[in-house]
Design a protein around this ligand. Structure first.
Ligand code: ADP
Ligand code: MG
Length: 232
C-alpha cells in the first residue's frame, strides 16, 4: 500500500550489545506515524531516549529491531537513490544554534554553500536566499554577519532556513527552543508553525517542555522507561 507518511513500526534500540553484554535497551517496540503538515510531539524526562528515537526515525542510526517506513518503503531495504532522497527529505534540527554555522564564515557564504551543493544555478542564489529570509522573518542584513554577531533566536531561524533550502518533507526538531530566552522561544515557535502551514512539512517536535508540546502538537507521545505512550 502506498502511504505518504513517516512511520516507526515496533522499533527498539539497544546500545552496547556484544559477546559479553546484553547491552542497554533505550526503548522498545515503539510505533507511531506522522504525515506532512502534522506535528508529533515527543516528550519525556531527560535521558529517556528522545534524541535517540529522533536519530533513528531520521535514518542517522539504525533501529536494533523493527522498521522505519518512509512513504511505505522500509529504510533498510531501500535502493540507494531512494535512500538518498529520503535523507534529504527528512532533516534534523538540533537544540544549540551556535554550533550550526561555521564561525569563520559569514552567514551569506554558509547559505550559498548549501545552494552550490544543491547545484542551484548561481543566477538564482540571490532570489532563493531572499525568499528563504522572508519565510524565516529576517532581513538580508544578516548575510554579511558572522554567527557570533547574531542572537540565538536569529541563528535558530537561520538553522531552519538552511534546512528549508533542501525542501524537506519532515523535520525532526530536537529541543529547538530550549537554548533560547523565553521571550524569543514563542517567536521561534510561531515562525515554525507558519513555516509548517506554508510548506506542509511534518514535524517531530522533541521537547521536555509541556507547554511547548501542547502549543505545537497534533498528537503527542511520552517516552519513559523505554516505552512510548501515545497521549492523544
Ligand atoms: P534524551 O534525548 O531523552 O535526553 P538521549 O536519546 O540523548 O535521551 O539518550 C538516551 C540514553 O541513551 C542516554 O542514557 C544516553 O547516554 C544513551 N546514549 C545515547 N547515544 C548513545 C550512544 N551512541 N551509545 C551509547 N549510549 C547512548
Ligand atoms: Mg535529547
Amino acid at each position: 500500500m502506498f502511504s505518504i507518511s513517516l512511520r516507526a513500526d515496533s522499533i527498539s534500540k539497544i546500545y552496547g550489545a556484544g559477546l559479553l553484554s546484553k547491552g542497554r535497551c533505550i526503548f522498545q517496540n515503539v510505533s507511531f506515524e506522522i504525515r506532512p503538515g502534522e506535528t508529533f510531539g515527543l516528550t519525556g524526562p531527560s535521558g529517556e531516549g528522545k534524541s535517540t528515537l529522533g536519530r533513528v526515525i531520521a535514518g542517522v542510526e539504525k533501529p536494533t529491531y523493527g522498521t522505519v517506513y518512509y512513504e511505505g518503503s522500509s529504510l533498510s531495504e531501500m535502493k540507494k537513490t531512494k535512500y538518498m532522497a529520503f535523507r534529504r527529505k527528512v532533516q534534523i534540527m538540533f537544540q544549540d544554534p551556535t554550533g550550526a554555522f561555521n564561525p569563520r564564515k559569514k552567514i551569506g557564504s554558509s547559505v550559498f554553500d548549501v545552494l552550490k551543493l544543491l547545484k542551484i544555478p548561481i543566477i538564482d542564489h540571490a532570489s532563493k536566499t531572499k525568499e528563504m529570509l522572508i519565510t524565516i522573518g529576517l532581513s538580508e542584513e544578516v548575510l554579511s554577519r558572522y554567527p557570533s554577531q547574531l542572537s540565538g533566536g536569529q541563528l535558530q531561524r537561520l538553522a531552519i532556513g538552511r534546512i528549508l533550502l533542501l525542501e524537506p518533507e519532515y523535520i525532526i526538531l530536537d529541543e529547538p527552543t530550549s537554548a533560547l530566552d523565553v521571550s524569543v522561544q514563542a517567536q521561534v515557535l510561531h515562525m515554525l508553525k507558519n513555516v509548517q502551514t506554508e510548506k506542509n512539512i511534518g514535524y517531530i517536535l522533541i521537547s521536555h517542555d509541556q507547554a511547548v508540546i501542547r502549543f505545537m502538537s497534533d498528537t503527542c507521545g511520552l517516552l519513559e522507561s523505554g516505552q512510548l505512550r501515545i497521549i492523544e
